[in-house]
Design a protein around this ligand. Structure first.
Ligand code: NAP
Length: 483
């Protein structure tokens, strides 16, 4: 391993944690002009491997955290890329003991934004800047250019912004990084990004299921359909890789690989966190929630088998119409608009709750490259929020309102056809119901308020005047004001 004695204070940036993400990020940093990258990993083997394979990148490697810290130029800047949770806390504690006032610790892991807020508060007491950084794009993104969502203070961003911009993906000529907002804003927005990713994947999966079971196409044909869709308004990384996955032939069976994969989808923390937080914030992210629940339903083999055992037949699959494929495409697009609108609503609500000044147009911009939900469509979101950052929902923007109008009939046909055919489309159906809820002149929430007042004296407001009212349900049923 390289000695660091000769290199004290020589690195402008350091990386702690050299598993797949950290080593790729370190290589990305080291390949950019002007960066000298210090590296450290708890167990030395990963450092040795990085140096053996990519030592030509001029890393300044250390065997101890003390040497690592000594190798950093002041103000010291280190990116922590270790296992989220306890691992991150352990490394932060070690760095905090050695760092001085004005130094900067970045956490590039998938931290819960509440942990990030706590860590920022704790480190601020020592004068150390802590920046939670959402990084999307997986291992390839880390190496070639991820989408980067840093929170933390504006002051810290002055130092780290140029470094992060040097390694970020570039979309439409702009680096996919922006100062998202203070303390945990970066990890919060990364969490919402992942939630939207869940919704997008579920909607694509439902489209595939419909094209297969009603459309009667084989996976390879559906791959062609997705490849064609990828040249239009749906152009995106997820549509692109869907075509690749569907085209893949299983070496073992000779059939489509998708048919050999167990149909039980798992999930890690971020989709669930998005739903939990959105519920707390009172934001209906039904598209994301349905995607999380759809994975949960798929992973209940016992319940699935038990219900299948009760069946005495299934609904007849409806005839496909001439416009069927196009209808599915339009339903996918409309549902996707809803999912993104809900995701941005959650960002707005989070910003209000935690006092972050988040530029929604800038967020849509940095998601255009490097990350899993990168898509042509994000340009339209950039435009919508640039035109009017104060819109109450993306669905009121002229472009998206027209897109929904254009796809509305197809969307309704698809949801109805799926229901009649016994094919689950929780993503499409909930997106349509959400849209219809917003579009309805009156909602049955009035009755719900009446019920709440009946059993819990929760009171209600009237359509024809100010004030709060209660009906004396167990008395003479007259109405009283409660103000
Ligand atoms: P990982 O498997 O999550 O974590 C392994 C790394 O953490 C190793 O370097 C390990 O050191 C270190 N570590 C664990 N506990 C530690 C402790 N108590 N003290 C010091 N080091 C400790 O690695 P990863 O997949 O590269 O991910 C790194 C972070 O990026 C995670 O937070 C992950 O959620 C996030 N992330 C991952 C992806 C992805 O696609 N993989 C994408 C975005 C973000 P040893 O080698 O000594 O065990």
């Amino acid at each position: 391993m390289t000695s660091t004695d000769h290199a004290a204070g020589s690195a402008n940036i350091g990386v702690v944690g050299l598993a797949v993400m950290g080593s790729n990020l370190a290589r990305n940093l080291a390949s950019r002009e002007g960066n000298t990258v210090a590296v450290f990993n708890r167990s030395p083997e990963k450092t040795d491997t990085l140096l053996e394979e990519h030592g030509d990148l001029g890393f300044v490697a250390s065997k101890s955290i003390e040497d690592f810290v000594a190798s950093l130029a002041t103000p010291r800047t280190a990116i922590v890329m270790v296992q989220a949770g306890k691992g991150t806390d352990a490394v932060i504690d070690q760095l905090a003991d050695l760092f001085e006032e004005g130094d900067i610790i970045l956490d590039g892991g998938n931290a819960n934004f509440q942990d990030t807020r706590r860590r920022e508060r704790d480190l601020a007491e020592k004068g150390i800047n802590f920046v939670g950084v959402g990084i999307s794009g997986g291992e390839e993104g880390a190496l070639k250019g991820p989408s980067i969502m840093p929170g933390g203070s504006a002051k810290a961003y002055e130092t780290i912004g140029p470094i992060l911009a040097s390694i970020a993906a570039v979309a439409e000529g702009e680096p996919c990084v922006t100062h998202v907002g203070e303390d945990g804003a970066g990890h919060f927005v990364k969490m919402i990004h992942n939630g939207i990713e869940y919704a997008d994947m579920q909607l694509i999966a439902e489209s595939y299921d419909l094209l297969r079971r009603i459309g009667g196409h084989e996976p390879a044909q559906i791959a062609d359909v997705f490849a064609e869709w990828n040249s239009g308004e749906l152009e995106s990384y997820l549509i692109e890789i869907t075509a690749e996955v569907l085209r893949q032939v299983d070496a073992k069976t000779g059939g489509p690989l998708v048919d050999s994969i167990l149909d039980q989808a798992g999930s890690k923390g971020t989709g669930v966190w998005t739903v939990q937080n959105a519920v707390g914030l009172g934001v209906p992210v039904s598209g994301i929630a349905e995607a999380v629940f759809a994975r949960a339903v798929s992973s209940k083999p016992d319940q699935r088998a038990a219900v299948r055992a009760t069946l005495q037949g299934r609904p007849e699959v409806q005839e496909r119409t001439d416009s069927f494929e196009d209808d599915v495409r339009k339903a996918l697009y409309a549902s996707k608009v809803v999912a993104y609108a809900q995701g941005f609503d959650a960002i707005v609500a989070g910003a209000a709750e935690y006092d972050w000044d988040i530029d929604k147009s800038a967020i849509a911009k940095i998601w255009r490259g490097g990350c899993i939900i990168r898509a042509q469509f994000l340009n339209r979101i950039v435009d919508a929020y640039a035109k009017d950052a104060g819109i109450t929902t993306l669905l009121e923007d002229d472009f998206f309102a027209a897109a929904i109008r254009d796809g509305e009939d197809a969307w309704r046909r698809i949801v109805a056809t799926a229901a009649l055919s016994g094919i689950p489309v929780p993503g499409f159906a909930s997106a349509l119901s959400y849209y219809d809820s917003l579009a309805s002149e009156r909602l049955p929430a009035a009755l719900v308020q009446g019920q709440r007042d009946f059993f819990g004296a929760h009171t209600y407001q009237r359509v024809d005047g100010e004030g709060t009212f209660h009906t004396l349900w167990s008395g003479d049923r007259s109405e009283v004001t409660t103000d």
